[in-house]
Design a protein around this ligand. Structure first.
Ligand code: AP5
Length: 189
């Protein structure tokens, strides 16, 4: 049986960058993980059904539609065998407030061994969002980013209570990507 590890972090914290760094290190040791993106599963379903054309539009969809997409993505991901690393969000900031990224019905399908929270200073995240032109990042200040990171720690504690998984915090600070990649690789070994 493989390991199921969920990796989360507020948009722009650099979780995809850290995942790539960790997987590169593990590959050198012959350890393989299938890396998948929860948002991509949701987006592919939403595109097939003509609901959105851009992945950043999904956060603003009606909550019931987001829940349906979430559920279908969770079911598809639960069927994947072997070591899996799932890139997603502990919570999603919607116009109506925070939505659980891993509600009970998704968590019980996936039953993760570990949930990783990638974090860094709020102002570093702000700068990364401002300089990343490939995406339509939400425009918000450092205080709002701090609140979102704080909320993610709280909701992760609830996920641990539901599943018995562990919660690992990995810091992805500016100029210290190698350290973050190493910390994540240690969790995945
Ligand atoms: P998703 O694709 O996961 O959106 P995202 O959070 O924007 O994720 P990214 O992977 O783009 O962000 P990242 O922080 O990992 O960025 P990157 O590595 O590129 O999800 C899309 C959508 O799907 C969500 O908005 C939501 O609607 C939906 N969704 C997903 N999961 C869901 C769920 N469970 N429930 C409901 N909806 C869900 O890095 C960002 C920048 O930082 C880059 O420019 C990079 O070069 C830079 N950077 C990274 N590390 C460093 C470093 N150490 N130093 C300096 N710069 C760095």
């Amino acid at each position: 049986m493989g390991k199921k590890v969920i990796i989360t972090g507020v948009p722009g914290v650099g979780k995809t960058t850290v995942v790539n760094e960790a997987l590169k290190k593990l590959k050198e040791e012959g350890i393989e993980y299938q890396s998948i993106n929860f948002g991509t599963f949701m987006f592919d379903i939403a595109v097939q059904e003509n609901i959105v054309t851009d992945r950043d539009q999904m956060r603003s969809l009606d909550r019931a539609v987001q829940k349906k997409l979430q559920q279908r993505a969770g079911q598809a991901i639960a069927r994947i065998k072997g070591n899996v690393l799932i890139d997603t969000h502990a919570s999603v900031k919607t116009p109506k407030g925070y939505m659980a990224g891993l509600p009970e019905w998704v968590l019980r399908e996936i039953m993760p061994d570990i949930i990783v929270l990638v974090e860094t200073d709020d102002d570093q995240i702000l700068m990364r969002r401002m300089t990343d032109e490939s995406r339509s990042r939400d425009k918000e200040g450092a205080k709002a980013i701090a609140e979102h990171q704080q909320f993610n720690r709280s909701i992760a504690a609830a996920y641990a209570m539901l599943t018995g998984c562990t919660i690992k915090i990995v810091t992805n600070a500016d100029f210290l990507l190698d350290r973050a990649g190493q910390d994540l690789a240690d969790v995945l070994r």
